[in-house]
Design a protein around this ligand. Structure first.
Ligand code: SAM
Ligand code: SF4
Length: 329
């Protein structure tokens, strides 16, 4: 088991397949992009599968989520999903994507064993999309969402980061869109994880503000907290239900005490938290001939040292040097 010194057990593995991306969301990376990881540093598909297999077979991982950067840019994605779904015990296999390319890939991914997908969508307005993500790709995201729904990757979850003065006027419209199409809409507080280090607390649209905005147009009542489990989203019934909207207050309503996640970066580093300041280098060990047993022991040690919380409110808080796109969101 991957247990930390506070008794939390990591069962949910997030694997970043690439740090590259075809969008430039302003809360994540600068318009000019970033210096991508050199190819030789990226884990190969076989190396990823070796580590994922160790996680599932020896360390109690029950859910594997592929993310990035943009995971649909990784050519071997369908093969990786298929090999993950073939493991015993079979983990849940999910994907977090910006949706570009999902129109073509949703059906093959579902066929390969993908169980669920989260698609990021911050606006329904083409001009806002261009301003926010610096690319004219809204239509691709929307058709990707539809394809995921058609392929049965249910429930399709939609992740939205609201930004003050940019897209926060669209909260109700996005919720209405999700209700109409059968997507589970979730709003996420913006976290200090952008490559530019430009996050400011006063710019962040807080969970309280999100609920107040939605509350003007919908009747929201808290869902049974047991539905949430260790998931980050607080769920609210909309207009009496059964539709539920999620609010993820990562900064103002932290859920670190219930965290069951561990992350593997595209270059083979274990991170025990999004905000961790240390990483454990499994790639070098793996390429130097370490056995499965040795890799599992290193991984366990990396999780053991997990801190109790992200500490964003602590005066000594330092943003991690790796941006979100290189960690795997
Ligand atoms: N490219 C894929 C996507 O956008 O879904 C996967 C990687 S992305 C880093 C994963 C998630 O992190 C997205 O839902 C994105 O909105 C979110 N994200 C990125 N930067 C963030 C930030 N600074 N605060 C909160 N969420 C962020
Ligand atoms: Fe790309 Fe996802 Fe970052 Fe947007 S949030 S720039 S889609 S990695």
């Amino acid at each position: 088991m991957l247990k930390d010194s506070f008794g939390r057990v990591a069962t949910d593995l997030r694997v970043s397949l690439t740090d590259r991306c075809n969008l430039r969301c302003s809360y994540c990376m600068p318009p000019e992009g970033l210096q991508w990881l050199p190819k030789p540093e990226l884990l190969t598909a076989d190396e990823i599968m070796r580590l994922v297999t160790i996680g599932v077979e020896r360390l109690g991982i029950t859910e594997v989520r592929y993310t990035g950067g943009e995971p649909l840019l990784r050519r071997e994605l369908v093969e990786i999903v298929q090999r993950t779904a073939a493991l015993t015990p079979r983990p849940q296999v999910s994907l977090t994507t910006n949706g570009i390319g999902l129109e073509r890939l949703a059906a093959p991914l579902a066929e390969a064993g993908l169980d669920r997908v989260n698609v990021s969508l911050d606006t329904l307005d083409r001009d806002v999309f261009i301003r926010l993500a610096h690319r004219d790709r809204l239509a691709d995201v929307l058709s990707g969402l539809e394809a995921a729904h058609r392929a049965g990757l249910a429930p399709v979850k939609v992740n939205t980061v609201l930004m003050r003065g940019v897209n926060d006027h669209e909260a109700a419209a996005l919720l209405r869109y999700g209700m109409k199409h059968g997507y589970q809409q979730r709003f996420i507080e913006q976290m200090p994880l952008d490559a530019q280090h430009g996050w400011k607390r006063e710019d962040m649209v807080t969970a309280d503000e999100i609920l107040a905005m939605l509350g003007k147009e919908f009747d929201l009542t808290p869902a049974d907290p047991r539905e949430r489990g260790s998931a980050p989203a607080e769920l609210f019934l909309v207009d009496g239900g059964p539709y539920r909207v999620g609010v993820i207050g990562s900064v103002t309503r932290p859920f670190c005490g219930a965290c069951d996640r561990v992350r593997l970066t595209a270059d083979g580093q274990i991170r025990n938290c999004l905000f961790a300041r240390e990483e454990s280098d499994l790639r070098t060990a793996l390429r130097s001939g370490a056995s499965d047993e040795e890799l599992a022991e290193r991984w366990k040690a990396a999780v053991r040292g997990k801190r109790p919380g992200h500490g964003i409110d602590d005066p000594t808080f330092l943003q991690p040097s790796r941006p979100m796109s290189a960690i795997g969101g």
